[in-house]
Structure formats: C-alpha cells, structure tokens
Ligand binder design. Structure first.
Ligand code: GMT
Length: 380
C-alpha cells in the first residue's frame, strides 16, 4: 500500500506511535509518506520506502497566526495526487482530520483521479477529552470524524468518550498503542544509576510533557511523602509549562536535592532501566504510552484510575490505581511496594509480562488489517 501519515513531529505519544507505525509499515513492504511541519523526531533511520514531505508555512506579515491547517491540506492534496496514495492516516484529530477533509475537497474540485483516497483518523486523547471539547473546536472535530472513512481509538475508554461526545457516523475500531519490546527492556545500567542515586536509595521516575493534565506538582508532593518513608530520588524527565512551579514546590518542601529535573532526554530506556517505580497521577490519560514503556522495562506504575490506564495497568499486579485526588494513597502504595523487595520484583516481572501484549508485532498487523478493511469497504 501507499500510505500517507500525518502527526505531530515533536515530543508526544501520538507522534511516537505514528512514527513507529510508519517505520514498521515500511519494514513490512509498504511505502510511507510522512507529511508534517518538521521531521518526526523518532524518524531517525534511513529506509528506502519512507519519504518525508515538509509543509511550507507562509509567514506573511498580515498573519498573526500562520494558517497551518490550510498549508497542511494543500501539502496533503499535492502528495496524495502526485504519489497516488491509497490512504492517508492522520494521528490526532486536530487539525489533521479537518485538513485531510479539506485536501479531499481540493482534489474533488479539480477532478483529480486520487480524490477517493481513504482517510483514517486515529484519536489519541486530548483531541477528544480536552481541546476537542472546547466550543472553538467541537464542530470541526465532528466534521473531521464524520468525513473520515475509518476511525481508530487507542483505548476502549477513548472510543466510548468519542461516541458520547461526538456520536460519529462511523464505527470506531480500538487499536491499542504498542512498543517494540526488543528495544524497550531492562538493561544493566549500574553506572548510570550511580550518577543519580546512592546504593540505598530507590529511584522513582516520571516522564511527560509537564502539561497540567500530567499533575507534575502533585508528583513532587507524592514524592515528598515517599521520601519521608524511604530513601529515594525522583527523576523528572521532560519539560513543559508546569516545570517551573514544580521546581518551586520541590524547593519549598526542602527536597530539591532529591528531585532531578532532567529535561528532555533521549536515553529513555537507560533511565527506565535504573528506575524502581513510575508515577503517573494524570487527570486524564487515554492510554498512557509512557506507562507501557516503563512496564516493558520492568517498572511498575502508580497511576490514577482514569481513562485507559485501567485497561493497561492491572491493579496490585503490575501497578496500583487510585482515585485522581487521592495522592496520599498513591504515596502509601508506592512506599509499601518499595519497602518489600519480593513484592517489587513480582510487580516488575508482571509489568514486563503485561507489556508483551502490546508488542509491535501483535499490534501493527491490526492496523494493516484495518487499512485493508477500509479500502475494501468503500470499493464494495
Ligand atoms: O492527547 C494528548 O495529550 C497528546 C497525546 C500525545 O501526543 O502525547 O497524548 C495522548 O496520546 C498518547 C498516544 O496515544 C497516549 O498514550 C496518551 O495517554 C494521550 N494523552 C492523554 O490522554 C492525556
């Protein structure tokens, strides 16, 4: 198949999933064309059947906000027409599904033979649960969904939420996120560990883009309670709007020396490999790709019982799930696991086992099958 993929190219789970999917599809013999405003950051290796098309955004002085959605639509139409794509798979509905719909209209307008390319939209999370609910977005998202030939969601939670909020005309297929378990596994990184923690200290990790939904400030508070009970350090990996406030909280609580703000890091597997526990007390989380990556590296996850997290994490087996507001319980649970080495080991093994359900080798064929279904459905 000739497949176009549009995603956010910078840090973020939806871009990671889209890029890894594209790479896996290319390995399986498909030709993949990425269309975005920058090279997806995980597209870091050469493949003879992967192409990248950069969207040209005009900086005309009149524009306070350059119209990316229109520029993207034009680029999509151009690539679909010239490369004769069978389908365009967009990740994150806003604005990608709407731009793709516009691209379809552009091709129709000029009777382009490729106007009937199939459009598949994968919903990732806040495109439905947060930003997609805003009055400025809601009707546009609905249009994007209804003009897609196929829709997938990364969890059952997200599927239900989409049906309740948008009542799309099409069915939604749930295809969970995936990882390469040949890449994400616990490596021996003792030297790395020594950089951050003393021998007797437990290592707790959080990885995100530090948006309010991730509750980084609460993470520092949870860690404070953990640190009172057991010698430990907190690795905060990533960056974003809440970093500065989180730093201040760590200072005020007198634990700044135990909280390592590492910023964006490439060595995620190494950092996970030296960690004992992950904290993910998000307000909402449609899937929790970072949790899956942690589990694959043998790191159990203390998380909030929201969104798709209960579909991934098995409570009291490979992590713990708590009410969002109950950060005290999260801290107590973390301490009880960290204090009991046998229990920690059991949780760790169970996390690895659980992550195998989400191996790329199992999930990527589900996308291929779904593409085939959509291509055939509309032929009939
Ligand atoms: O929806 C977002 O917040 C952005 C998106 C991203 O690009 O990071 O995250 C979502 O998609 C990920 C990949 O499918 C999921 O693992 C995350 O759970 C989801 N984030 C939220 O639902 C908050």
């Amino acid at each position: 198949m000739k497949i176009g993929i549009t995603c956010y190219p910078t840090y973020g789970g939806s871009g990671v999933v889209a890029t890894e999917l594209g790479k896996a599809l290319a390995v399986n013999g498909h030709t993949v064309h990425f269309i975005s405003y920058a090279m997806p950051f995980r597209l870091n290796e050469f493949s003879s059947n992967i192409y990248y098309h950069e969207v040209d955004i005009s900086n005309y002085p009149l524009f306070q906000y350059p119209p990316y959605s229109i520029a993207l639509a034009s680029k999509m139409a151009d690539v679909i027409s010239f490369e004769k794509l069978d389908l365009l798979h967009v990740h994150y509905a806003i604005p990608h599904a709407i731009s793709a719909f516009m691209a379809k209209e552009m091709l129709k307008e000029k009777n382009d033979p490729n106007e009937d390319f199939k459009l598949i939209t994968t919903l990732h999370g806040t495109d439905i649960t947060l930003i997609g609910q805003e009055p400025s977005m809601l009707e546009a998202v609905k249009l994007g969904l209804n003009r897609s030939d196929g829709i997938t969601a990364v969890s059952n939670f997200l599927k239900e939420k989409t049906i309740n909020s948008f009542s799309p005309v099409n069915d939604i297929e749930v295809i969970p996120n995936f990882i390469d378990t040949g890449y994400f596994y616990k490596k021996s990184c003792d030297n790395y560990r020594k950089v951050f923690a003393d021998q007797n200290e437990r290592v707790i990790i959080h990885i995100s883009n530090f948006r309010p939904v991730k509750r980084v400030k609460e993470i520092v508070k949870i860690f404070y309670d953990i640190n009172q009970a057991i010698p430990s350090v907190l690795l905060l990996v990533g960056d974003g709007p809440e970093r500065s406030e989180a730093e201040h909280i760590a200072r005020d609580l007198g634990i700044y020396h135990k909280v390592k703000f590492l910023g964006r890091q490439e060595a995620i597997v190494e950092l996970l490999s030296i960690s004992d526990l992950m904290l993910m007390p998000s307000r909402t989380e449609s899937f929790g790709l970072a949790a899956l990556e942690a589990m694959a590296c043998g790191v159990p996850v203390i998380a909030s019982k929201v969104g798709g997290l209960p579909e991934l994490i098995e409570n009291n087996k490979n992590g713990c799930l708590h009410e969002v507001e109950n950060i005290q319980e999260m801290a107590e649970c973390a301490v009880s696991i960290l204090k009991d080495i046998d229990r920690l080991k059991k949780f760790s093994l169970s996390a690895v086992k659980r992550s195998k359900h989400y191996d790329a080798q199992k999930i990527v064929p589900q996308y291929e099958k779904y593409y085939q279904k959509i291509l055939e459905k509309t032929k009939a």
